[in-house]
Each structure stands twice: as structure tokens, then as C-alpha cells.
Design a protein around this ligand. Structure first.
Ligand code: HEM
Length: 453
């Protein structure tokens, strides 16, 4: 915990014992946006603990690029470690390079191309499942779609079905629990109150099912050509096979880090297209020209330019990973302030993306700001973080979201089913609730991925 943060201004409104708990639970986005007015570095309080928020892109970059000095740590990372084991997203710098090397091959271009075939099949199932005039909860549909797709790439064997279903069911409680436990004062996170019990139960159920699946894969000795099979064959630097605990942590990490963030990004993108029918129409023109009536595939990606810009702009407006933490391992100097070892540092893609000094008209949805001739200041777009801890699934997520969005929009018109703004729930991701859409079928005969244009 930070001992002395002299010279770093404090955000107003902290209460004794609970600190900034109430604004962080009630309206964290509004709270974050107020911080840059108090300085480039601002202190906030998570219960009794102090934390420093970096409010300028170059300070965030400095933190991200010096991952030994600003190591993974702080309450959110501690909770992730507790929920998932010490996998790639939460492990300390000392083991990170080794872990990253063991997982990186699963995200190579060759593998992504193979995953894209699974994505296309899943998009087919999604887009065929609606009927003309149907209205539905977009977040729910995108969650099921993202979890089925990501789970299929991690483990393709039929025996993994129960684990996929259980993890899908448990993830929302795990996500909510990680954020709540991180902002609760420690005494509150230990009490047997319903939110804590729900979190523990969900974590234990998911944990047990993934363990069972690993044992089954080990027993049947057959390679399924998926990420779990690859991890079971991976040797570490000393030539040893990875142990069950590490494989378990990596699988849980990929499920948790991948599913919800991708589902949330697609939900926001569809919400924004409902709110901006002109952009939806332009996107439809592009995608129908490229795809006709078929489902998008890997080879279409270079021609789905506007779809990619819509996703990029969505990630700027609503970055799913909106608040992330680090801990200083030694005394550090940042923006002329001396920060003692053990201080929690916070960076927020949401805060940086919504600061008008770095992103003009920050609240306006404008995919054209990502046209190649537009200038962007370095470090002002960070939905996937940066430096050595940058998201390993960034290209996976962009591929999945671009293929899904372009296919959906070519075949269906999305209209808001109610005109309420979504309610944003502060959990580990920026999760929208109440995004209801009505769909109109645009193509009488749907033929799926095998059809020709
Ligand atoms: C739109 C979708 C996604 C977003 C916005 C996103 C965002 C992020 C961010 C911001 C980080 C850095 C966290 C930090 O600095 O502390 C991160 C790390 C990570 N992400 Fe993603 N992510 C997405 C999709 C995925 C997918 C699909 C996967 C895997 C299937 C994935 C796996 C990971 C992992 C394993 C890390 C830790 C990397 C490391 O520390 O080396 N993410 N992600």
C-alpha cells in the first residue's frame, strides 16, 4: 500500500473507511471523467487503500512500457489471480515472458486463419437463428455467440461441452464479483453476504469443470487441434511439460479475458448502429458488395474496411477493459512525482479515450476518424492496453467482431426496440444492459458461408 503520495492531488469526495466506493459503484464513468481536471496524476481511494490514476496518454505509455517497474498488481489483478489462478493476464513480470511464449503460438496468423473457419460457422448459426420482426436482448445473444465461438477454439472435443456450459453460466457472477471485491474494503469482501457467496460459488463451479476437462484430455491422449491440446504438448524453457495448475489458469484466463470483452464490444457496436442508421446503411452497402448473401470469411477481411472502423470506433467509445491496475515494484518517478514502491496505479482506456485534449469530439460516434489520412497522437487509443502486457487476443477479437458485424448487417436491419439508453453496469468490463433490438430480414434466401455472391 502507498505510504506517502505527497504532491499528487486528491480527487474530492472520499469518505472515511469506504473512500470513493460510492462513485465507483454508482457511476464510475462519470467519476473517471472528472479526474483530469485535478491533475495529470490523481489520487483516489479504494476503501482505505490509496491509488494513483494516470490521466495523460504519455504517462500511461510509460507505465505500460516499463512492466518490470509497474508490474501487474493492485486490487483488480489480485482478484483476477484469485478467480483464475496465476495465468497470463495476472501473473507477475518474473514469469510473464515464459508464459507468453507458451501461449503466443496459439495466436499466430496461421492459427487465426483456422479459427476464422470456426468463427464463420458460428456466425452462420447466429444469423440464421433470427426471424423477421423478432426483438431480443442484444447483450444476451452476443454473449452466447462469443462464448460458443471462443470455447470452440479452446476445446473442440465434445467431452468439453459441460465445461463450456458451466463457464458460460458462471462468468457473469465471476466478472461482477471481481470488480465488487476489488472496490469493497477488505472486511466487506470477506463477509458471507450474497454478492460474495455468489462469486465464490461461480468461481468454484467453473474451476471444477475446467479441471475435469483437462483430466479428460490428458486421458484420451488424442490431439484435437485446439488450444488445450496445444498447451498439453507445450514444454517450458527447461523442456518440462506444463503442469495442470498452469494449464488450468491459462484456459480460465482465455475464457474470461476473451468472451466477455468481445461480446461487450459487439453489443455496443450494434447499439451504436441502431443509434446511427446512416452509418448502418453505409456499412450495409459495403458488406453487401463484398459478401452478397454469404457469411464473411477470413479472405474477405481486407475488403471489410468500414466494418473494421466501426469496431475500432466502438472500442474507443466503450473500451470493454475500462479500468486496469498495476503496482510499483520500486520507487518510481512519474510526471515529476515520486511514487513509493507498492503503490497501486490505475490506467483507464475510457478516461483517455474520452478526454477532448486527445480525442476531439470524444463522445461522438465517427468511424471516419479512423480513415488512413487522419492523425492520432500516440497512446490515445488503448483498448487493448500496450507494451509487453498488450492483449494477446487483439487480432482474434478484431477478426471475430469484423466478420460477425459485417455478416449480420448485410443480412439484417437492426432497429432499437426501445429508446432507453443502455444501463452500464460497472464490472470488470463495461457491460451494457437493456440493449434491445428488432431485426428486419433483408435477404429472403439465406444460404450461409458456402453460398456464392
Ligand atoms: C474486444 C475484445 C478485447 C479487449 C477490448 C481486450 C482488452 C484487453 C486489455 C486492455 C488487456 C491488457 C490488460 C492490462 O493492461 O492489464 C488485455 C490482456 C489480455 N487479453 Fe484481451 N481483450 C479482448 C479480447 C481478448 C481475447 C479474444 C482473448 C483471448 C481469447 C484475450 C486474452 C487476453 C489475455 C490472455 C491478456 C493478458 C496478456 C498479457 O498480460 O500478456 N483478450 N486484453
Amino acid at each position: 500500500m502507498a505510504k506517502d503520495l505527497e504532491g499528487i492531488s486528491q480527487a474530492p469526495g472520499a469518505l472515511p473507511i469506504v473512500g470513493h466506493l460510492f462513485p465507483l459503484l454508482r457511476d464510475p464513468l462519470r467519476f473517471l471523467k472528472t479526474l483530469p481536471a485535478h491533475g495529470d496524476l490523481v489520487q483516489i481511494r479504494l476503501g482505505p487503500q490509496k491509488a494513483v490514476v494516470a490521466c495523460r496518454p504519455e504517462l500511461v505509455q510509460e507505465v505500460l512500457l516499463h512492466d518490470r517497474m509497474y508490474d501487474k498488481g493492485g486490487p483488480i489483478i489480485e482478484r483476477i489471480g484469485n478467480a483464475l489462478g496465476n495465468g497470463l493476464a495476472s501473473c507477475p513480470h518474473s514469469v510473464h515472458r515464459r508464459q507468453r511464449r507458451s501461449l503466443q503460438p496459439a495466436f499466430s496468423r496461421t492459427c487465426l486463419r483456422e479459427y476464422a473457419a470456426i468463427m464463420t460457422q458460428q456466425i452462420d448459426t447466429l444469423a440464421i437463428g433470427w426471424s423477421d420482426g423478432q426483438d431480443f436482448d442484444v447483450a444476451e445473444q452476443m454473449y452466447t455467440f462469443a462464448s460458443d465461438t471462443i470455447a470452440q477454439t479452446l476445446f473442440t472435443a465434445e467431452s468439453a461441452g459441460p465445461a463450456v456450459d458451466t463457464v458460460k453460466e458462471c462468468l457473469p457472477d465471476i466478472f461482477r464479483g471481481i470488480y465488487q471485491q476489488a472496490v469493497f474494503p477488505p472486511w466487506l469482501s470477506r463477509l458471507p453476504i450474497p454478492p460474495n457467496l455468489r462469486y465464490e460459488r461461480a468461481r468454484n463451479r467453473a474451476w471444477a469443470e475446467v479441471s475435469k476437462t483437462i483430466s479428460m484430455y490428458r486421458q484420451d491422449d488424442e490431439s484435437h487441434g485446439d488450444v488445450l491440446s496445444m498447451l498439453l504438448k507445450t514444454q517450458d524453457d527447461a523442456g518440462e511439460l506444463l503442469g495442470d495448475a498452469e494449464i488450468h489458469a491459462q484456459i480460465m484466463t482465455l475464457l474470461v479475458a476473451g468472451i466477455e470483452s468481445t461480446a461487450v464490444a459487439l453489443t455496443w457496436a450494434l447499439h451504436l448502429l441502431c443509434q446511427n442508421p446512416d452509418v448502418q446503411e453505409r456499412l450495409r452497402t459495403e458488406t453487401v458488395k463484398v459478401l452478397g448473401t454469404r457469411t464473411a470469411t477470413w479472405d474477405d477481411l481486407p475488403r471489410l474496411d468500414l466494418a473494421r472502423r466501426v469496431i475500432t470506433e466502438t472500442l474507443r467509445l466503450y473500451p470493454p477493459g475500462w479500468i486496469l491496475t498495476r503496482t510499483t515494484t520500486t520507487e518510481a518517478r512519474l510526471a515529476d512525482a515520486v511514487i513509493p514502491a507498492g503503490t497501486t496505479l490505475i490506467y483507464s482506456p475510457y478516461l483517455i479515450h474520452h478526454d477532448a485534449r486527445f480525442n476531439p469530439r470524444p463522445d461522438c460516434f465517427d468511424p471516419d476518424r479512423w480513415l488512413p489520412d487522419q492523425q492520432h497522437m500516440r497512446g490515445t487509443f488503448i483498448p487493448f492496453g500496450g507494451g509487453a502486457r498488450k492483449c494477446i487476443g487483439d487480432n482474434y477479437a478484431m477478426t471475430l467482431a469484423t466478420l460477425a458485424l459485417s455478416t449480420i448487417v448485410a443480412q439484417w436491419r437492426f432497429l432499437s426496440a426501445d429508446h432507453q439508453l443502455p444501463h452500464v453496469e460497472p464490472r470488470m468490463t463495461l457491460t451494457p444492459h437493456g440493449v434491445r433490438a428488432r431485426v428486419e430480414c433483408l435477404q429472403g434466401i439465406r444460404t450461409g458461408s458456402t453460398a456464392t455472391v
